[in-house]
Design a protein around this ligand. Structure first.
Ligand SMILES: Nc1ncnc2c1ncn2[C@@H]1O[C@H](COP(=O)(O)OP(=O)(O)OP(=O)(O)O)[C@@H](O)[C@H]1O
Length: 599
């Protein structure tokens, strides 16, 4: 447009914009005239969200990883075009799929200053639900978009033009983020849109080549290990899986993401084969080998050996009752087996043992199993405060007097130093057959002197459930039996798989509580517990934290809307009256896993 035309357009557009913004939210004018439909739709969403154009501005969220894989993929493409950036008043901006700015390339000092003043810098979110309409609408429309000056919803962005294109993974077609070309309104040029589209095409081509290279590496590693077709071999990463026939037979019905999750955990854990209980009931030993390329993990090769004993509720007892396990306690994982060995070695001696770990990990149970569950008295130090010093010491003596039994002092770390000293004196006067105690694992780092804690001859640490998630299937089965669901309540592999993605801060106590709740819901009937029966907070993946009540309500509303829309996120967002980008942001913040079969 020529100079005069631009001025006329700006005037007319500003009038149309003022009219739109001054209308009541319930009576917004329909798209017409100068306001393009995409802009109108985005303004509408922004208004319905209650955003104030005078107030909204880019919002700094957090620091971003300067080594983000997307920034690494884009950098070489941008660097090849550096000269163009040097000679023009343009900046390039990379965001992730949530609109979070990952990196910006800007050479023109004035433009850099202006962007700084607006806070358009790495870590800032440009999501529509925060800043209103920007060219990131491209991630909703799926096509390149240019937003000029007053088409931005925020008043503070009126002096800028931005042309953006979405980056889509060339193999799995997932939206990864966006690239935008930014300039002052007066420098707007029609060539901006083709230029940014061409940059994105080059980035996607780089990603395709990289994927092909990773796949090739995976395939090479698979071929190297697949020497004997009788042994199950799997090569996989998050998006590709290659198996031989033996593995395909063994793994029928097993989800790739479960195997990948197991591989990833094993690769960062202690070396050596790990045990995995497959949702189809088979117990396998997995030797996991990393397949790496120069920059990143390219995946893993799993050499699988089938264990003789299938995993069923009944044989759980058989396995745990052997000398490799602890009586009445369930577990087969590597961490659990290491613990069992330590406990079994301590059985034959009479020295005092302190069992530490996070709350709910099974510390008391391990202490009792260490004594073979026989003649073990239990006293809880959590009651000491209410009993008072004399009451506590009297209770202690009463437990010990004239009885040849072992004593477990539960939560011994809760005794204050004076009470701990008095307890020690009592124990010396009336010694138990053997003294055991449980305590929080943080006592390792405590600087508070405590003679009682220091007096233990051995310490055993019970691993948190998140480190032995391979045991989850067996534990759920054992708790189901205990809750009265034996023979009538069963769990689908998908439900267990979903639960295995939770971090379980409350450890076994939380699993027990969940199982009881769901078994009670069956009201004595038969039920196959599926993902749909799980409370929304357990659909959380990666969030690794319990949801607060308000978040649970929000999660329930989102999942219900998604279910009603048959998984269609656009429709669900519409029904909830929020932008699709907001839906994504909330899903991410709540840690909801939409990849499982919820709908
Ligand atoms: N290996 C196991 N197999 C089956 N059930 C277990 C196992 N370990 C613990 N449990 C059960 O898990 C629950 C928690 O165990 P326990 O009370 O021993 O843990 P804790 O760490 O002492 O807990 P708290 O933090 O309440 O003191 C109990 O219901 C217990 O029966």
């Amino acid at each position: 447009m020529a100079g005069d035309e631009v001025v006329r357009w700006l005037r007319a557009f500003s009038r149309a914009r003022d009219e739109f913004l001054s209308s009541s939210v319930t009576r917004l004018p329909p798209p017409a005239g100068l306001i393009r439909p995409t802009v109108h739709a985005s303004w509408r969403r922004s208004r319905l969200q209650g955003l104030d154009p005078d107030e909204v501005e880019p919002h700094h969220l957090d620091d971003v990883d300067s080594d983000h894989y997307l920034a690494r993929a884009v950098a070489p493409v941008v660097n090849r075009r550096e000269v163009a950036l040097e000679h023009g008043a343009y900046a390039l901006v990379l965001t992730d799929r949530d609109g979070r700015l990952l990196h910006r390339w800007v050479k023109a000092p004035r433009l850099a200053e202006a962007m700084d003043a607006l806070g358009v810098a790495p870590g800032t979110t440009m999501d529509e639900s925060v800043v209103g309409t920007t060219a990131l609408v491209t991630m909703l429309t799926g096509s390149p978009e240019m937003i000029r000056g007053p088409e931005h919803y925020s008043d503070r962005l009126r002096d800028f033009t931005c042309a953006s294109a979405p980056i889509v993974h060339p193999i799995n077609r997932r939206l990864l983020g966006s690239i935008s070309l930014v300039c002052r309104l007066r420098d707007t040029a029609p060539v901006m849109l083709p230029w940014v589209t061409e940059i994105v095409a080059a980035v996607e081509e780089g990603l395709r080549l990289r994927s092909a290279r990773r796949e090739q590496q995976l395939f090479d590693a698979y071929t190297r290990h697949n020497r004997d077709a009788r042994h199950p071999v799997v090569a996989l990463d998050s998006s590709t899986i290659i198996t031989n026939a033996a593995a395909a037979r063994l793994l029928s019905g097993v989800d790739q993401s479960m195997l990948w999750e197991h591989a990833r955990r094993t690769l960062v854990g202690p070396s050596g084969p790990s045990t995995l209980t497959l949702p189809n009931g088979h117990v396998v030993s997995v030797d996991c080998r990393a397949v790496s390329d120069d920059e990143d993990d390219a995946g893993a090769v799993l050499l699988i050996t089938r264990r003789a004993v299938p995993s069923t509720v009944d044989d759980t007892c058989a396995i745990t009752g052997t000398e490799r396990g602890l009586p009445r306690l369930t577990g087969r994982s590597q961490h659990w087996q290491a613990l069992c060995q330590q406990v079994i070695a301590l059985r034959g001696v009479r020295s005092s043992v302190l069992v530490t770990g996070e709350p709910g990990t099974g510390r008391l149970s391990v202490a009792q199993a260490l004594q073979g569950w026989q003649d073990v008295r239990v006293l809880d130090a959590a009651d000491a405060a209410s009993r008072g010093r004399r009451g506590w010491c009297r209770a202690l003596e009463a437990e010990l007097d004239g009885v040849d039994a072992s004593l477990v002092i539960r939560h011994v770390d809760l005794l204050d130093p004076a009470l701990a000293q008095a307890t020690l004196a009592t124990l010396r006067r009336v010694p138990p057959a053997r003294l055991l105690a449980t305590a929080d694992r943080s006592i390792h780092g405590t600087s508070r002197p405590n003679a009682l804690l220091d007096s233990f001859a051995a310490v055993v640490e019970v691993p948190p459930l998140r480190d032995r998630l391979d045991d989850l299937h067996d534990l759920v089965a054992a708790f189901t039996d205990r809750a009265g669901g034996r023979g009538r309540v069963e769990w689908t592999p998908e439900a267990i798989q979903t639960l295995s993605r939770v971090d379980w801060p409350g450890n076994l106590n939380s699993v027990d509580a969940l199982v009881r709740r769901l078994v009670a819901d069956t009201a004595g009937g038969r039920r196959r517990i599926t993902v749909e029966h799980l409370p929304p907070e357990y659909l959380a993946r990666g969030a690794r934290r319990p949801l607060a009540t308000l978040e649970q309500t929000e999660a329930t509303a989102i999942l219900n809307a998604l279910r009603a829309a048959g998984g269609n996120k656009n429709q669900a967002a519409l029904a909830l009256g929020i932008a699709r980008s907001t839906l994504y942001r909330k899903v991410r913040a709540l840690g909801l896993d939409l990849t499982t079969t919820v709908y």
